[in-house]
Write a protein that binds this ligand. Sequence first.
Ligand code: DQA
Length: 148
Amino acid sequence: MSDIPTLLILNGPNLNRLGKREPGIYGALTLDELERQCELWAGELNLSATCRQSNYEGQLLEWVQDAEEQGFIGIVLNPGALTHYSYALRDAVAGQNLPVVEVHLSNVDAREPFRHQSVTAAVCKGKISGLGFAGYRFAMEYLAEEWV
Ligand code: DQA
């Protein structure tokens, strides 16, 4: 890990399909473009960003569990559909000390009823939804301020 304070940017199931997946909802840009953008934003905030994506719940849990020990200062978390039902991910967030901001590209509250529930948001510092890539930027700004 670099000497620069580093944020962990986690994207969950299906977010590897950004750009191809329902572009009317999630936009035409890819996960790679999102991650490069997050790295640029981190630099502007005098931070660095490590970006990871997994389709596997257990992998996300382990990244959350290990983040503090690995030296990260905060987590931006888009859990994808796990948001709506993963008590295991909720417990992983609750069971560690780093500040976590939940982010959704789409406005989950304006979509199907099952997306209105987040089991993870209550154990996060807050939730940003519906602002596309900018939501990640705002989450990173918050975590940068929180860390100082
Ligand atoms: C999402 C919203 C979730 O409901 C959905 O399952 C996703 C993406 C978003 O970023 O808008 O996979 O987290």
